[in-house]
Design a protein around this ligand. Structure first.
Ligand SMILES: Cc1cc2nc3c(=O)[nH]c(=O)nc-3n(C[C@H](O)[C@H](O)[C@H](O)COP(=O)(O)OP(=O)(O)OC[C@H]3O[C@@H](n4cnc5c(N)ncnc54)[C@H](O)[C@@H]3O)c2cc1C
Length: 476
């Protein structure tokens, strides 16, 4: 294996993909790869397919096209800081211009509705206007990469929202888990909150996108509330239950922050939302949440609330249960999904689906160990791009791909007089290998490593560098 090449191609956020040897390149055919979804995973795959094809001098044989609903990508990463006014959505928006001009990636703006796998045609609405079921690709694909992220499932609770409170009932429960309009909606509700009224964040049952995300959000909103909305509390409703009552994710970091920094944060474990009813109190829109224990016994509340009770707040940030994007689930319905039909199954050596000619990367996949994270999606995309080029060139797949994940988390904001803006971090590394059940998958080769409990200013500076280099690796 070309170890030297590994070092050469190690980019910000990349852990271990190897560019294949040139000798096997097959000049007799061409690759026409269509990637649905130009987010963290899809955009990375497109870029590296073209970069590595050029490196192998086969770029004239490798056409790569992204189709995405939007011609700009808004990063979820760092979007919690938009809620506190420390960042803007504009500063988190990335265009596909570099992918087009620097690497020769083709781009089609539009929403995909269905795919004809047998003949290589993609159907949908170009530019999100006009007919909704027309062929979007001029030439049929011979490889399809699904990188369409997640869809949201609201079936786990009942939502009662009278039309006089909100015309769109879902405006009562902004998720802000796909950055953009939802982030603005939640930000505006927070800004308009009457001081002394409360906020709730509900965490879904896993697996969900960005395991530390809800705890990070709780920290920065609690910090913001303390300064901007005196008397307001943040209730964090968590279905998990741990023996020591600390969060299941980054227990040292978040346990420290919840106990020592954010006294206005009420953390409730073993608790799930069963019903949310919106009402008006004068002009104020209130939400009453019915909370029930997950395991039948009362929640292990660190501070005040016990489970099996109702809670009335003004802002309800309900993060719903997640599953692979609806499109991904419909394309893979015949043999490409897990037993619950929620997530795509893949061989993590190549991200190949059991459905022929299809690869799936990013948050849509079921993985025993890798988290649903942008950094990981970026890594999976490189493994997948490498595998597609190897296969095309009749070269054996690399047998032990490695991915890693680093996650930095803002814990306090610049508003905090005592601490200023501080962050924590978590890393993990994974390698493909044989698991104890005799199946091959990505195994965690380093356990999660957390920064020491108290967040630091240095970590906050490192977070900015990490984010910049990760996003450059995807879109620059
Ligand atoms: C608040 C928050 C904080 C986070 N913080 C971090 C962090 O610190 N570190 C980290 O690593 N990760 C973080 N994440 C997670 C990270 O954002 C996701 O894991 C990552 O975006 C997943 O990448 P993806 O490519 O699978 O999906 P996405 O990035 O969501 O991209 C999917 C793309 O598919 C497109 N698409 C979907 N359906 C269609 C269709 N039918 N037709 C056309 N296009 C379609 C969408 O428009 C989108 O551009 C965070 C997430 C949140 C919500």
């Amino acid at each position: 294996m070309l170890r030297r090449e590994f070092v050469k191609y190690l980019t910000a956020g990349a852990a271990g993909q190897f560019i294949l040897p040139m000798a096997g390149a097959n000049a007799a055919s061409t690759l026409n790869v269509f990637i649905i979804g130009g987010g963290m995973a899809g955009a990375t795959a497109a870029k590296y397919l073209r970069v590595w094809a050029k490196r192998l001098a086969i770029d004239s044989l490798v056409s790569v096209t992204i189709i995405d609903k939007s011609d700009n990508y808004v990063s979820n990463i760092m979007s919690n800081m938009v809620l506190t006014g420390e960042k803007t959505l504009t500063s988190l928006t990335y265009s596909y211009a570099n992918l087009k001009t620097k690497y020769g990636v083709n781009f089609i703006k539009g929403t995909v509705n269905r795919v004809d796998l047998e003949n290589g045609w993609i159907y949908g609405q170009i530019n999100n206007t006009g007919p909704t079921d027309i062929v979007m690709n001029a030439t049929p694909f011979n490889r399809l990469v699904l990188a369409a992220g997640i869809s949201l499932d609201y079936s786990t609770f009942t939502l009662n929202v009278p039309a006089q409170v909100y015309a769109n009932p879902y405006d009562a429960v902004p998720h802000a888990w796909q950055a953009g309009a939802q982030t603005t909606l939640l930000r505006n509700q927070l800004v308009n909150l009457k001081a002394g009224n409360h906020v709730a964040i509900t965490i879904p049952a896993g697996p969900y996108r960005c395991p530390p995300g809800p705890y990070e959000r709780a920290c920065v909103i609690a910090d913001w509330l303390r300064v901007k909305k005196p008397g307001s509390k943040l209730y964090l409703i968590d279905p998990s239950q741990t023996a020591d009552g600390r969060p299941p994710v980054e227990p040292n970091n978040f346990g420290h922050a919840f106990t020592n920094i954010h006294r206005n944060l009420v953390y409730v474990q073993n608790a799930k939302l069963t019903d949310l009813t919106a009402s008006l109190s004068g002009a104020t829109k209130l939400k009453t949440l019915s909370i029930a224990p997950v395991n039948g016994t009362p929640g292990n509340a660190i501070n005040a609330l016990s489970a099996a009770t109702a809670l009335t707040v003004e802002v309800a940030n309900v993060i719903p249960k997640m599953q692979a994007a609806d499109l991904t689930r419909s394309i893979l319905a015949t043999g490409g999904l897990d037993a619950d039909s929620r997530w795509a199954v893949v061989d993590e050596k190549s991200y190949k689906s059991p459905v022929s000619g299809v690869y799936v990367i990013g948050d849509s996949i079921k993985s025993a160990n890798q988290p649903k994270a942008g950094h990981i999606g970026n890594q999976q995309a490189k493994v997948c791009a490498d595998a597609i080029l190897r296969e095309f060139s009749n070269v054996a797949l690399y047998d032990a791909p490695v991915t890693n994940s680093a996650c930095f988390t803002p814990v306090t904001t610049a508003l905090n007089r005592q601490y200023g803006a501080r962050a924590s971090w978590l890393t993990a590394t994974f390698r493909y290998g044989l698991d104890t059940d005799n199946s091959y998958r990505m195994l965690k080769v380093s356990t999660n490593i957390e920064s020491p409990g108290a967040p630091s200013k240095d970590n906050f500076e490192s977070m900015k560098k990490w984010f910049t280099s990760l996003m450059q690796d995807v879109y620059s």
